[in-house]
Design a protein. Structure first.
Length: 332
């Protein structure tokens, strides 16, 4: 059923609301909360039973694919309210150095989504041979620019640049990635901080699926600053028993098999087979790897072998479409 107006019936509060945004893209509203997500002019709302949708999604062993839509539509509503009430347009500056193809795709997607929710996007694309001094000078200007509220320097940087130095030059209050040493320290000590968007998206899906994570055995495969380490901190913050496994872990298969929650963030295509997954475990696949199939076709796969893992997992995120869209939604 399609309705052009929001229902007044409070009995409809257990439903998702699909919002066809101005850009033509379909977003999905969470439970209708006028204070959080005011109705937007021209929006069309489609009612879908929330519980029914969840059950269907879980029965096929996947997460509901629309969490990112919930966040994006809420974010668009918040941005609209900031504009209306305060004349403020949030601005995100994204800096890309060099021409790494994957980074170009990610930066393009971030800029597009930023504009879609009504924020200002400032893209700075610099040549691969940009000097450290030039990059630091740009960051200094962005730190001082009142139209820029968030700064993101896409990683990895070319090898002649010191990533730690560059990231720590960002004003911690504008460090939307949560990579600055002071945000890392705040997260590690359980204080309010900017949180890296990829592990935050994973945590939100896990909380949505399980409710409380307390006491669960979580294994994070991968120890990067971008995903592995902050993921472990977030899971610890939710009272999981956390193991960080990596390339030197002695018996990786046995370690993975202990997991109630298995997070794969290693960047190695289909490295984790189904028989490393404990039956009923929840699998979060952060990997996005480009491979060529034996038929010569390009394909995106995760770090987990999806078909075999989906047979044993209680729930699993697909690649593409699982963690990826959540990352940008959480960034915004
Ligand atoms: N490279 C891969 N993931 C990320 C991310 O979340 N932020 C930045 N800045 N670079 C990345």
């Amino acid at each position: 059923p399609i309705s052009a107006e929001l229902p007044s019936d409070p009995g409809l509060q257990d439903r998702f609301w699909y919002w066809h945004g101005a850009s033509g893209r379909k977003y999905i509203h969470s439970v209708y909360e006028p204070d959080c997500c005011p109705p937007l002019p021209g929006a069309i709302y489609v009612a879908v039973r929330r519980k029914g949708k969840m059950r269907i999604a879980m029965a096929v062993g996947r997460f509901t694919p629309f969490w990112d839509g919930v966040l994006m539509s809420c974010e668009a509503a918040h941005v609209a309210r900031l504009k209306a009430d305060h004349g403020l347009v949030p601005g995100l500056a994204v800096v890309l150095v060099g021409e790494d193809p994957a980074s170009q795709v990610y930066v393009g997607a971030k800029g597009k989504s930023t504009v879609e929710v009504g924020m200002a996007s400032f893209e700075h694309k610099l040549a691969a041979d940009t000097s450290e001094a030039e990059l630091l000078a740009l960051i200094g200007r962005l730190n001082a620019d009142p139209a820029v509220h968030g700064i993101l320097v896409q990683l990895p940087l070319p090898s002649h640049l010191n990533s730690d130095l560059v990231i720590n030059a960002i004003d911690p209050a504008k460090d939307v990635d949560g990579f600055h040493i002071s945000n890392v320290g705040l997260l590690g000590t359980g204080q309010k901080s900017m949180v890296p968007c990829t592990p935050l998206g994973c945590l939100m899906m896990l909380r949505d699926h399980h409710g409380s994570l307390a006491g669960m055995e979580a294994v994070v495969v991968g120890r990067s600053n971008i995903v592995g380490k902050p993921m472990a901190q977030l899971l610890l913050g939710d009272s999981c028993t956390v193991t960080i496994a990596h390339s030197k872990t002695r018996d990786l298969a046995a370690t993975c098999r202990r997991a109630d929650i298995l997070v794969a963030a290693v960047g190695r295509p289909e490295m984790i087979p189904g028989d490393w997954v404990r039956p009923g475990a929840t699998v979060i696949d952060v990997g996005i790897n480009r491979i060529t199939t034996p038929e010569g076709k390009a394909k995106l796969v995760g770090d987990v072998h999806f078909d075999s893992a989906a047979k044993v997992a209680g729930a699993i995120t697909p690649v593409p479409g699982g963690v990826g869209p959540m990352t940008i939604a959480c960034l915004l």
